[in-house]
Each structure stands twice: as structure tokens, then as C-alpha cells.
Design a protein around this ligand. Structure first.
Ligand code: ADP
Ligand code: MG
Length: 727
């Protein structure tokens, strides 16, 4: 700013803006500062990156005649007449008549004599308030008024505002205007331009100062869109540069094991499979194995829809480590998931043996262990010591794997079944659990498909393999939405009756059924209670002649196993369950999935649940039972009815829930996406990625781009900044 104490010849950096308190602005006193703080605006940087939500194009103004009684609205008017008079009690009443050229509106103010001067005849003003009628005339009492005057252009920015903060859009217009006036020439020093000149040229971007002016105080909507184009790019570019830097830095500083491809275990495993791998599985395994052979540790994401066969790919990677005499670990976000993975992998690997010259036969059985918080103390002791001695080949577990006393003899491959629940730190923590000098290779699996551009943002520091092909022989699932209350007690719906009838028919033909009980956020206890109630009700009424089983997270694992085994073996017709069946359950003869209160589940979860059927030769049906109480709920259920493609559904999910759903816990440091939207700005993500790669190829440590490096630091947490920028 003009009164800056820093070097007066240097343009203003974001860091400097971030150091200036908003209280330096003339209009911002204690009260306003508090209000601004509520909106998280404390520095001039916060202020200038607090962008308008929309713009009022004065040529497309809403008219007085369109206003609805009792509703807030903003109109642009000209004052026709203005007068005041003294009323009872010595108070002053100001009456102002305004017009939008077609209709008139009366404004009344008490004890604000100055309004008569403020709203002189011919003045233009923006009014914001509620319309009411008094003696048949339109009027507004105590509207919020902004004099439009000459200082504002044809386009008026409207900032997000909340009642509580007491800060109105017009306040922000004023503060931003002052901040810009004092920052930009001729008064101020102008802004630093962090983007390289050639990049600006290539994309025909305006500079930062012009962009700030254009987004906050535009002369036309065309100016807004040019400003937005540049600012959105800038945000996404900073993010991509960070991600690409992180990736390169890991590659440059980390030394990993060099595994050997196609060892005897992997060969035997592949030979024993009862089916050929899908093309996508072959491709992913090849990509992974190529990484494993390199001395640079792998950091790869395996994306694949439910049922795409990720487990096989992960197992191939893990066995590659074991082939070389190393160990492998798989970390899952929940105990149920870890248990299911362990069961599934044990079944898949059956009686594979590992060469062991120390034994009489020259080999020993492959050793797989499960380590969770439920593991008994003696088991845990034994497992930990065998892990340390290298006697255990595969360990499957939960967070228990990254606890302090866990250590591997030589950890070669780490698989993380993430589903958004693990952060970068935890990924790294597991990798460090080895006595070996060399870092293990890391494969992150996610069953929640993410749109490509979003993946580039969220997982931009990883390479990506995609399983975009389902194993053959799957029959498509037909999804139906029954609009009825999910709770069965007050069920009088004909549709529901028809549904149960059809389901009984399926069972009569030998098929099996899942019924998923309502999701209850408050507690697992309530959820279990609701599952029990549903179970009893169905057993007594709708499905009374069938064999029903109940499965929930609070059951003892032996009981769970027993119920699951009975269902798998055909001893049960119907499995009533909570979401514990979301993952891993694989019963090809189960062809009906009923989800009660389906509107309570998110798209990804519904898709996961539905993926439990459609695994065999018979046609499958998924019934979504629920009343959508919100437009979003309705869109979610409709999306499920219309599509079984996980990637397509992920796009819808992103559309409905916004980036927050995806960024989740992976968001580190300060949020830098204020204007950019992963939905709207997909192409920009790709362009920013490309530019980021080119820049870092040419200037790996950003030494030729100090301004950019300094800005990145502003958004990184300390540890990351240390690693990426000072390493
Ligand atoms: P995901 O973890 O991706 O949801 P899984 O690895 O659990 O999928 O595999 C789902 C089911 O498909 C399992 O029963 C698995 O044995 C089977 N499967 C995996 N790959 C193939 C294949 N190439 N051909 C036939 N079935 C397969
Ligand atoms: Mg799986």
C-alpha cells in the first residue's frame, strides 16, 4: 500500500497483503473489524480474495413491479420526491418517493432527518429491503441504501453477506475499493506478478492488478470473466505446482526397493486364478510392477468401481514384495473392512507356499496376519515379534498398523485402502515402519471413483491407474425407487407391498436378499436398535415365511462370521444388515438389495451398497426405499436409478456436494480454492497441471521464480514448506 513501510519501489506481494490488517482501512473501526472477522476477513489479502458472489447488471435490473410482498429484494431507483415533517412527540418523518421508471415505491424513515438530504431528487440508489403495502401503496420501511452515484460502474458486485456479521455488500464494496485504490497505481505500488510472462502471453491473461480490479469493480461483465479466468487459473496453478513439486521431491529424495517382476509366487497365484484377468487389471498390474522395479518408491492410486477387482491387483503387488523376501502390509480404514480383506485375501491365496531353505521341504506356507485393535494381547505380541523377525509375509490391519511399537523387518509394499479416510501423513507413517533402509512402494486404493480432473487435484502427487472395466459375466442391476417412508411401522404404501411381493417371488426362485437398515448418524447403538426392529418386523410381517439373519457392527465377530457363512451357503434367504455389508461381501446368488431410508445415504455409499448384488449370472434389482425431503436427496436417488457407472455418479456427487466432499481430509494448509470450482473449471485444472509440469521441468526448485515460490509458501503448512521449498 502507499503507506507501506517495506521497500517503496517493490510491488506488493500476497504475503505483504496478508500482513496488513483490515483496520488500516478508513471505514473499518472496531465494530466493522469484528464483523469482518466473522467472515474470516482479517487481512487485506483476505479482503481482496473475498470475491463477489454475483453481479448486478444495472441494465438487467429487477423491477419494482416484480417484487413480492414480504420478500427481500434489491432494486435500483431514482428519487422522485423527498420531504420531511414533524410528527407527534417531536419526531421527524422523512417520506421519499422513488421510481424505477415504471413503478413507484414509498420509503419512510423515522428520526433520520438526514435522509432528506441523502436522497435528494434525481439521486440514484440501490435499495435492499422487504416490500410491504400500506394503504394500497408499495412501500419499504428502513431499506438498506447504497448510493450508486458515479463511482460505481454499470456492474455492481454483490458480496456474500451474513446477517450476523453486520457487514453488508456495500460495506465490502467500499473497503475493497479503498484497498485497491491504495494498492494500485497511481497511488499504490501495484501487485507482484507471480506468473511467468510467457505463461501470461500463452493464455492471454491479464495481470493481477487488472484482475483484482476486474473482479471487484468491473465496467462490464466481459471484464469480470477475463478477471475470473486469470484468478481461477492462478489458484489451480498454485495447487498444481505444489502437487507436482511434492511428487518430484519424493522422487528425488526417496530411495526405494527395486523389486523383481514375475517371481514364482506371483506366477503361482496367477496360474491358480479360476478366471482370466480383465484388460484393466492386466494394465494396472503392469503399471504397478513397472513402478516396483524402479529404485524410486511408488506412489500410485488405484481407482476402480465396486467389484472391478482391485483386491487382485493389490495382492499381485504385495506378492511381488514377498517374492523378493520382503513383507507387505494392507491398511484399511475400519476393522470390519480389515477383517473382510483378511478373509478375502486368505481365501484368494489359499495354500500358496514361500520358498524357505531353512525348512525340510524347502518351503513354508505363506503367512498372513490380521492386526486390529480387536486382536488379543497374546496374539498381538506374537504377530509383532514375527513381523519384526520377517516371519510374517502379509499383514492386514487398521490404524493399529501405524502405532508406535509396530515394526517390519523389511517392508516392501504398502497398500492403503483409503476411501478418503487417510491423509498424506498416515500414508507416510506406514511407509516408515520398516527396519530396512529402503522405502516401501505405496499403492493407495479407492473404491469411490473420482472424476479425472478432481483426482488430478486431490491426488495430484500420485500416479494413477484406473480399473475402468468390470469382470465379464456381471448382469446389469435394475434400480427402482419406491417413494415411501423408510420406517416400516407406518407402511401403508402399495408400492412397498408390491416390492415385498416381488422379493418373495425372487426367494421362491432360490435367490437371496439383502435389506440394509436406515443409517443413523447419532450413534451406532441406535443404528443397531433400528436394525433389530427392522429384523423383527420383517420376520413377523412382510417376510414371515422366509429364513432371516441379522448382521450389525456390534455383534461378536464369531457370530458375524457364522451369520455370513450361513448366508453365503444358502442357509438364509434374507440378510438384514447395517452398512457393515457395504464392503467386501461377495455372494453371487444374492440378487436383491433393499435399502431402507435410502435418502439418508450419500451417492457413493448407495453405489457401494448396490455393488453387493449383480455379481452372479442372475439379473439383480436394487430397491431404494425413501422419501426425498430435499431437492438434493431427490437428485441423488434419481442419479442412482439412472446410472450404474461409478464415475458418472461421482460427477453427479461432485455437482451436488461441491469440492468439499472430495477435498475432505486431504486438504492441507490453507484453503486456496476460493474462486475455482472443480466442476466448472475442469479444463483449467488440466491446463494448470500442464503448465505446472512444464515450469518444474525447467526450474525444479523454483529458483528462477522466487515470487511464485514465496506465494506457495503462504498456502502450505510449515512441514510441507520446509520439504518442498527449502529442501
Ligand atoms: P473391488 O475390491 O474392486 O470392489 P474385488 O477385488 O472385491 O473388487 O472383486 C470383486 C469380485 O470379482 C470378487 O469376487 C473377485 O473374485 C471377482 N473378480 C475379480 N477379478 C475378476 C476377473 N478378472 N474375472 C472374474 N472375476 C473377477
Ligand atoms: Mg474390495
Amino acid at each position: 500500500m502507499s503507506d507501506a513501510k517495506t521497500d517503496p519501489s517493490e510491488p506488493i506481494s500476497l504475503r505483504e497483503l496478508d500482513g496488513w490488517s483490515v483496520t488500516r482501512l478508513k471505514g473499518v473501526g472496531d465494530k466493522k473489524a469484528k464483523g469482518l472477522a466473522k467472515a474470516e476477513i482479517e487481512s487485506l489479502f483476505d479482503l481482496l480474495t473475498f470475491y463477489p458472489r454475483r453481479y448486478l447488471d444495472r441494465t438487467k435490473e429487477a423491477k419494482i413491479a416484480d417484487m413480492v410482498e414480504g420478500e427481500e429484494a434489491t432494486v435500483l431507483v431514482t428519487v422522485k420526491s423527498s420531504n420531511s415533517r414533524r410528527i407527534r412527540g417531536g419526531r421527524v418523518m422523512v417520506n421519499v418517493t422513488v421510481t424505477d421508471g415504471q413503478s413507484d415505491l414509498e420509503l419512510t424513515f423515522f428520526n433520520q432527518a438526514w435522509r432528506e438530504r441523502q436522497l435528494g431528487v434525481g439521486r440514484q440508489a440501490m435499495l435492499h429491503g422487504k416490500l410491504s403495502y400500506f394503504r394500497g401503496k408499495r412501500q419499504m420501511a428502513n431499506p438498506v441504501i447504497d448510493l450508486v452515484g458515479n463511482k460505481t460502474g454499470r456492474i455492481i458486485p454483490v458480496y456474500p453477506q451474513s446477517e450476523k456479521s453486520g457487514i453488508h455488500s456495500w460495506d465490502l464494496v467500499e473497503f475493497v475499493e479503498e484497498a485497491l485504490r491504495r494498492s494500485l497505481p497511481p497511488v499504490g505500488r501495484g501487485f507482484v506478478e507471480p506468473l511467468p510472462m510467457d505463461l501470461l502471453d500463452r493464455h492471454d491473461f491479464i495481470d493481477r492488478g487488472a484482475a483484482m480490479q476486474g473482479i471487484h469493480s468491473p465496467e462490464s461483465m466481459a471484464e469480470v470473466s477475463e478477471a475470473r479466468r486469470r484468478l481461477v487459473f492462478e489458484e489451480l496453478f498454485r495447487m498444481q505446482v505444489t502437487l507436482v513439486l511434492r511428487k518430484r521431491m519424493m522422487e528425488a529424495t526417496e530411495v526405494g526397493l527395486e523389486h523383481t517382476a514375475n517371481g514364482p509366487l506371483v506366477e503361482r497365484f496367477r496360474d491358480a486364478l479360476p478366471f482370466p484377468l480383465t484388460g484393466a487389471q492386466e494394465r494396472s498390474i503392469n503399471e504397478i510392477v513397472a513402478d516396483l522395479q524402479r529404485p524410486i518408491p511408488m506412489h500410485r492410486l488405484l481407482q476402480g468401481d465396486v467389484g472391478a477387482g482391485k483386491t487382485l491387483v493389490a495382492v499381485a503387488a504385495m506378492l511381488t514384495a514377498v517374492d523378493g523376501g520382503h513383507q507387505a502390509a494392507l491398511m484399511a480404514p475400519t476393522e470390519v473392512l480389515a477383517e473382510q480383506h483378511a478373509a478375502g485375501i486368505r481365501q484368494l491365496l489359499g495354500d500358496l507356499t514361500v520358498p524357505d531353505p531353512a525348512t525340510l521341504m524347502g518351503d513354508r506356507p505363506l503367512k498372513i496376519e490380521l492386526l486390529t485393535n480387536r486382536t488379543s494381547t497374546p496374539d498381538r505380541k506374537r504377530i509383532l515379534s514375527e513381523m519384526l523377525l520377517g516371519q510374517t509375509d502379509l499383514v492386514i490391519g487398521t490404524h493399529a498398523l501405524i502405532q508406535d511399537n509396530v515394526q517390519f523387518d523389511s517392508l516392501g509394499v504398502v497398500v492403503i485402502d483409503e476411501q478418503h479416510r487417510f491423509g498424506v501423513e498416515q500414508r507416510a507413517a506406514l511407509g516408515e515402519k520398516t527396519r530396512g533402509e529402503l522405502l516401501p512402494d505405496v499403492l493407495v486404493m479407492t473404491a469411490t471413483p473420482i472424476p479425472r480432473t478432481a483426482a488430478m487435484t486431490v491426488y495430484g502427487d500420485l500416479d494413477v491407474s484406473v480399473l475402468d472395466e468390470l469382470p465379464p459375466g456381471r448382469t446389469p442391476i435394475v434400480t427402482k425407487w419406491v417413494q415411501a417412508a423408510g420406517s416400516l411401522e407406518d407402511d401403508t404404501s402399495l408400492d412397498l407391498e408390491a416390492m415385498w411381493t416381488e422379493i418373495r417371488g425372487q426367494v421362491a426362485q432360490g435367490r437371496q436378499v439383502y435389506v440394509v437398515c436406515p443409517l443413523i448418524d447419532e450413534s451406532e447403538k441406535l443404528e443397531v436398535a433400528s436394525a433389530e426392529t427392522t429384523f423383527e418386523r420383517l420376520a413377523a410381517v412382510e417376510l414371515d415365511e422366509l429364513r432371516l439373519g441379522l448382521l450389525h457392527g456390534r455383534m461378536h465377530s464369531n457370530d458375524k462370521d457364522e451369520t455370513m457363512t450361513r448366508f453365503r451357503d444358502g442357509g438364509l434367504d434374507v440378510l438384514v444388515a447395517t452398512t457393515v455389508i457395504e464392503v467386501g461381501v461377495d455372494v453371487p446368488n444374492a440378487t436383491v438389495m433393499v435399502i431402507l431410508d435410502a435418502d439418508r445415504f450419500g451417492i457413493a455409499q448407495l453405489h457401494q451398497l448396490r455393488g453387493r448384488v449383480g455379481r452372479g449370472e442372475h439379473a439383480s434389482t436394487c430397491w431404494l426405499v425413501g422419501e426425498a425431503t430435499t431437492p438434493d436427496g431427490e437428485s441423488r436417488l434419481e442419479a442412482l436409478v439412472e446410472s450404474t457407472d461409478g464415475f458418472e455418479l461421482a460427477e453427479v456427487d461432485l455437482e451436488l456436494r461441491g469440492e468439499g466432499s472430495i477435498m475432505g481430509e486431504r486438504q492441507k494448509g490453507r484453503n486456496d480454492l476460493k474462486l475455482a470450482s472443480l466442476r466448472r473449471d475442469k479444463d483449467v485444472v488440466v491446463a494448470a497441471r500442464k503448465e505446472a509440469v512444464a515450469l518444474i521441468d525447467a526450474d525444479p526448485d523454483l529458483s528462477a521464480h522466487p515470487d511464485l515460490a514465496a506465494e506457495l509458501e503462504l498456502f502450505l503448512d510449515e512441514e510441507d514448506a520446509e520439504f518442498l521449498l527449502k529442501g
